[in-house]
Ligand binder design. Structure first.
Ligand code: HEM
Length: 459
């Protein structure tokens, strides 16, 4: 087959031996974005195209040739075409022999084909060394470079030298390379861009479940109760008052759920007398989503703060204040200043503000750009010690808010406890258990177990 190179400049690797020549098959969005970044990183580039004369605008400084000529000229070839069009590669078997072919493809759906695209490709061109890589990056992420959050390039392949060549290129483009092993991992890599926030599934289910439960609970206790027992329509309270109950309640429970699995793990290790036995799967999964639980909790706490800030400008609140003032003037009596009430409200506001401040610190330190520059000791100090302090202060804020309400029978509408009491159960249990784990005799044993000591089981 005669090579049909577009004669803008010859396809040769000898122009500048300093600059390696790479090849991209495919001139779509991904091919162009990748090409642009390769050129910026100092590579020379030739595109392989079915129609080299009419393939549209390509990044400046690149060449275009037909597939044979392009494949012939480079050692490393990026395949930016859909799997349905792989068949043409069979005719290029001689040109691709010994070459590294990078499969960047993805599918529209999971399990669309019986085998992964990269494995299928390796069967089509057995003489080439196929490496799966770059498929988790979008054209957009490639164009923007590694300055955004998509900094990792996952790769897998059967030949170490081939993977090394691709890893070098990815590193030169500024990405961090994560080697996922042999080509049998390709299916997993191809499935990963199709997943929708997999780490968020459990936290989201929990959030929706808790929010729905507490919303129903407060609507029944406040709105429906007032309607049934007093014939009063206070449904407008759903928008701010009830929202400002549900959000902080869910937030506090979620925050305590970040710390509960750690406590359960410690109890398991203590009872087993070793750290070498695996935790149950559900506990592993729970521990892995603690960051997401914490972030949802922070988001809900922020909503609570915003709702609290608008309380003074609410029509209902201004109306009530004016009505109280007018009735006091009419009846010519003033309510005496209640110092205890002032202490109580100021204290719970203050605890709320402190708790929220610490909460923000926890959130900021969980950002990859911040956590990456912290040592493990610093990170665990913030997330564990300051985390427990945050939980303690937020729980204390809620206890102070409740104050002596638990003594008043009127608080137990239809024999149900107020919602703030329910939300105190898990955080209080977590704090109590943590205190027990901090008792010197327990702490010493746990530390020994975590350092590798094992209890000798009786014969
Ligand atoms: C209740 C203020 C932060 C958890 C309240 C209430 C106020 C308040 C005014 C009473 C709301 C009402 O009357 O219905 C603040 C301020 C904060 C803050 C000013 C920070 C700037 C937090 C944080 C949490 C939290 C960080 C926990 C994550 C709660 C809970 C309630 C509550 C659980 C009881 C909700 C109920 O059942 O009515 N807070 N808070 N607060 N707050 Fe906060």
């Amino acid at each position: 087959v005669k090579a049909a190179s577009v004669p803008l400049c010859p396809v040769s690797s000898e122009d500048d031996p300093e600059q390696e020549l790479l090849c991209i098959f495919g001139t779509g969005d991904l091919g162009r974005s990748l090409g642009q970044r390769l050129i910026q990183a100092g590579y020379r580039l030739v595109y392989g195209s079915r129609r080299p004369h009419s393939c549209g605008p390509l990044p400046p400084g690149t060449q275009v040739a037909d597939h044979e000529a392009a494949a012939q000229s480079a050692q490393l070839i990026f395949l930016c075409v859909h799997r349905e069009h792989y068949d043409f590669l069979e005719s290029l078997t001689p040109q691709l022999k010994g070459k590294v072919v990078v499969d960047v493809s993805n599918n529209l759906k999971r399990d669309l084909y019986p085998e992964a695209n990269a494995e299928h490709l390796q069967r089509l061109i057995p003489g080439a060394h196929v490496v799966k890589a770059f498929n988790t990056l979008s054209a957009w992420a490639l164009q923007n470079g590694p300055s955004d959050a998509n900094r990792q390039v996952y790769l897998c392949g059967n030949r170490t030298e081939a993977k090394q060549a691709v890893a070098e290129t990815a590193t030169k483009l500024g990405f961090t390379v994560v080697d996922r092993g042999s080509l049998s991992a390709a299916r997993e890599l191809e499935d990963s861009p199709l997943q929708l926030f997999p780490d968020w599934r459990l936290p989201m289910r929990l959030t929706v479940g808790l929010t729905a439960f507490f919303f129903l609970y407060v609507v029944i206790r406040d709105v429906i109760y007032a309607y049934v027992e007093q014939r009063k329509d206070i449904s407008f309270r759903i928008m701010v008052s009830l929202a400002n109950k549900v959000f902080p309640i869910v937030s506090l429970i979620m925050l305590s759920l970040c710390y509960l699995p750690g406590i359960m793990a410690a109890c398991l290790q203590l009872s087993r007398g070793t750290k070498y036995k695996r935790f149950p799967d559900w506990l592993d999964r729970w521990m892995l989503c603690r960051k997401q639980l914490g972030l949802v909790s922070l988001a809900f706490a922020s909503l609570h703060v915003l709702y609290t800030l608008i309380i003074p400008i609410r029509y209902y609140v201004r109306y009530r204040l004016a009505a109280i003032t007018i009735s006091q003037i009419r009846e010519n009596k003033t309510t005496a200043f209640d110092t205890t009430m002032a202490w109580r409200t100021d204290s719970y506001y203050s605890m709320g503000v402190l708790g929220f401040g610490l909460f923000l610190l926890l959130g900021i330190s969980s950002l990859p750009s911040v956590s990456n520059i912290l040592s493990w000791r610093e990170f665990s100090f913030i997330q564990s010690k300051l985390g427990y302090l945050t939980l303690f202060i937020c729980t204390f804020h809620t206890y102070l808010y409740g104050w002596d309400k638990f003594l008043h029978l009127a608080s137990y509408k239809w024999f149900t406890p107020p919602s703030y009491m329910l939300c105190l159960i898990v955080p209080s249990a977590v704090l109590l258990l943590k205190m027990l784990l901090l008792l010197p005799c327990v702490d010493k044993r746990l530390t020994r177990i975590r350092q590798g000591w094992e209890r000798a089981d009786p014969e």
